[in-house]
Design a protein around this ligand. Sequence first.
Ligand SMILES: NC(=O)c1ccc[n+]([C@@H]2O[C@H](COP(=O)([O-])OP(=O)(O)OC[C@H]3O[C@@H](n4cnc5c(N)ncnc54)[C@H](OP(=O)(O)O)[C@@H]3O)[C@@H](O)[C@H]2O)c1
Length: 345
Amino acid sequence: MSGLVSGPILARALDALLELAIVGSFSRIGFLARRSTQHWLNPPRLDGQVFIVTGGTSGIGAAISVALAKLGAEAWVVGRSQERADHVVELIRSAGGLGESAIADMAEGQSINEFATRFRSERTRLDGIVHNAGALLRNFSKSSEGVELTVATQVLGPFRLTELLAPLLWSASHPVIVSMSSGGMYTERFDLAHLEMEADQYDGVRAYARAKRAQVVMAREWARRWSRKGVASYSVHPGWVDTPGLASGLPSFERLGPLLRRPEEGADTAVWLAAGAARSEVTQNSVMGRSGLENGFWFDRRQRRENYLPWTRTSLPPDMEGEALWDWCCKRIGRSGHDRQISRR
Ligand SMILES: NC(=O)c1ccc[n+]([C@@H]2O[C@H](COP(=O)([O-])OP(=O)(O)OC[C@H]3O[C@@H](n4cnc5c(N)ncnc54)[C@H](OP(=O)(O)O)[C@@H]3O)[C@@H](O)[C@H]2O)c1
């Protein structure tokens, strides 16, 4: 009995200690320590389900696509390069899984519209979207619609794609949205007025952190608006992961060498959430009155705080942050007020 009690308690204590030491937590050490002390199980099977993974052509997104396919889902690998998307789909198919490649530049409205049109004409089912596409861009640039590229790719693009595919998502039995944020978001507060940076004050690291913070706010808003439709919506932090994106965006992290997580390890929590593992914990724990496992910011299979630094807290209640970001996105993608009312129901 004492073993049963002390195991989970010790694992929780270790988790809390790791969280205090950022390097210990975000590096591979944190992943391996949590996986072994918390006795992680494989996520549930996803046979027959259909998932879209943006940024599925590289790094964490490729690992998510492969992992979802291994669980039995059909993974739509979405990227800007047909060749790279085909390569990941080949990996999936050669392992006996189901995959489909597709093109969408998540910074470009027209490209997203075309992808959504194709998807709707070829599939009648969508169980989940993993909004993983993203990059830390050192130089300022804008999309063809005039939106700063970090925000266009990681905030507006996912919003547009989700809006276009929402009716399909709502008809799934347990629809899920997973947004790949970053621990970098802990350094910035949510401030709509300064979300999109101008060329003269552009700082790639801050622009990235602000967009990642906005992803957390939008993930919460999807959950708030659509939980009655059965939608679970999470934001996730993958830790520090050895990928081409990390090498180009934050080259100093290369010094961590073997301490960086492997792409499959960075993908783990996103896959686990997409597969509904946290949601099944809600069912198991409902007797004890636990809730909140269908939303929130997650890292290493646990819901985490959204703020550590006092200056990143805002005075706005969370619902109002989400509402404001939602309205801002609607305006930027040219949705009318009428359309906005429809998507609230
Ligand atoms: N690696 C880390 O330590 C780390 C830490 C925190 C958060 N993240 C987040 O994890 C996600 C995946 O990053 P990664 O590290 O795996 O980097 P990666 O290997 O560079 O992968 C990034 C993916 O995003 C895609 N992408 C970028 N801009 C796009 C656009 N405009 N439209 C469509 N796709 C686009 C890339 O597609 P292309 O092949 O077309 O370039 C690529 O598939 C990102 O959101 C990143 O911010 C990573």
